[in-house]
Design a protein around this ligand. Structure first.
Ligand code: SF4
Ligand code: SF4
Length: 408
């Protein structure tokens, strides 16, 4: 008999407990060569908080450990590896478009025998056996286009004409290597793609081929099942600004800069209104309600308003609550509203663990029960006028917080 323990599950859970759930602040060079515009846009707009299984988090860590080891080995064979930018004392990093597009490279390599005079951008990866074999057969440009684009952008930004790509096979520790030549046209094309996606006010088209979608983190949002998370980046009032000197994120409603920390807590903001183009197919936009807030048709013919305010006889839900709503919960939530006269604090503390792979999206199969434990009820906070916002002489709300942060 094999006697198992709880050790692996506890380790996975430990890794999961350390996740911050906070999205990356910028659109990364490592993502910009990806297949799907819409994926990159959802990622930039924090459509869902990042959440990985403990096993996957261990894999990420393994990649990092592998990089450190490889650097030691490169130095061991006589190469000079710079993994810290002497100008900043940190990793080599570039920023474009007011910081919205950025990336950090693994370092620079000097003294490669095949090209001793040229500095090479260093890019290190790990791969499973299948990916490794594809690399070995076809090279980076064909087998790992996303990595190829990433290196093209680094070469442009760090003024190098060559890159050294090293990829460790996680099965047997073989190392794939390839020297990559700079192609400015590719770098420019994808920097332009980043600009288009950062400034896009609505989500780009879905991929025609659903094969990639099956494993996509955003498939529930993209294919019309789940309501996005509530933060400033999913709010209709936020705008990323790409010119240097502008505030990177502007709140058009309160006419203020929104700091990174503020963006993360935007779900508690009284002005949050979810971007209608991100909403699932079971919530069809009806109107701007006369009371303010966006009004939606519900599948049963009734309607709700996405607002932090309360109006008698209307089902009103904040964006944070709407994010947790499924069609099956609607009758329960509405009944409770009719009884208590306000939106109940009986929304679940997390979205049900549904399978919404493509093409088997079945919203009707989602659970219609609500868990016993409820999230903190933010209603009393939500209807307050933020104390740190003052109306100026022109009637425009202004933030008076010294660090220009959100008013909550
Ligand atoms: S589900 Fe498919 S189309 Fe949608 S974001 Fe993901 S990869 Fe793109
Ligand atoms: S501060 Fe409020 S209104 Fe402004 S973008 Fe953020 S969530 Fe929206």
């Amino acid at each position: 008999m094999i006697r198992k323990t709880s050790v692996p599950e506890l380790i996975y859970a430990w890794h999961e407990s350390k996740q911050t759930g906070v999205g990356r602040p910028h659109m990364g060079a490592s993502l910009i060569g990806g297949e799907c515009d819409r994926y990159i846009w959802f990622n930039f707009r924090w459509a869902l908080p990042p959440k990985f299984e403990g096993r996957i988090l261990r894999l990420f860590k393994r990649g990092f450990v592998s990089e450190v080891e490889l650097n030691t080995e490169l130095r061991g064979i006589g190469l000079r590896v710079e993994d810290i930018d002497p100008a900043t004392g940190k990793q080599f990093r570039f920023e474009l478009m007011n910081g919205h597009f950025a990336g950090s490279c693994d370092g620079m390599v000097h003294g490669l025998a095949e090209s001793p005079a040229k500095v090479h951008i260093l890019e290190q990866k790990t791969a499973n056996d299948r990916q490794y074999k594809a690399l070995d057969k076809d090279g980076v440009r064909t087998a790992k286009w996303q990595h190829y684009v990433q290196m093209q952008i680094y070469m442009k930004m760090f003024h190098c004409k060559r890159a050294l790509y090293l990829c460790v096979n996680k099965n047997d520790e073989r190392i794939y290597d390839e020297r990559i030549e700079y192609d400015p046209a590719v770098a420019d094309l994808f920097i332009n793609r980043a600009k288009n996606l950062i400034t896009a006010a609505i989500p780009p088209q879905t991929l025609a081929d659903g094969a990639t979608c099956k494993y996509c983190d955003y498939r529930c949002i993209c294919h019309g099942v789940q309501v996005p998370a509530a933060n400033c980046r999913t709010c209709v009032h936020s705008t990323p600004q790409i010119e240097l000197g502008q505030v990177p994120w502007l709140c058009e409603k309160f006419k203020m800069a929104i700091s990174l920390r503020g963006q993360q807590t935007g779900g508690q903001c009284p002005g949050h209104m979810l971007m209608p183009y991100m909403m699932p197919s079971w919530l069809r936009v009806k109107d701007i309600s006369s009371q303010g807030g966006l009004q939606y048709h519900l599948p049963d013919g009734s309607s709700l308003i996405n607002t932090s305010e309360k109006f008698d006889g209307m089902l009103c839900l904040t964006s944070a609550k709407l994010h947790l709503l499924t069609p099956a919960m609607v009758p329960t939530v509405r009944d409770a509203t009719e009884v208590f006269g306000s939106p109940p604090d009986t929304v679940p503390s997390s979205f049900p663990d549904i399978k919404c792979g493509v093409p088997d999206i079945l919203p009707d199969t989602m659970p219609n029960t609500l868990p016993d434990t409820m999230p903190d009820a933010p209603d009393s906070v939500l209807v307050k006028t933020p104390a740190t916002v003052k109306i100026d002489e022109h009637g425009t709300p202004q933030v008076v917080d010294p660090d220009n942060d959100l008013p909550f």
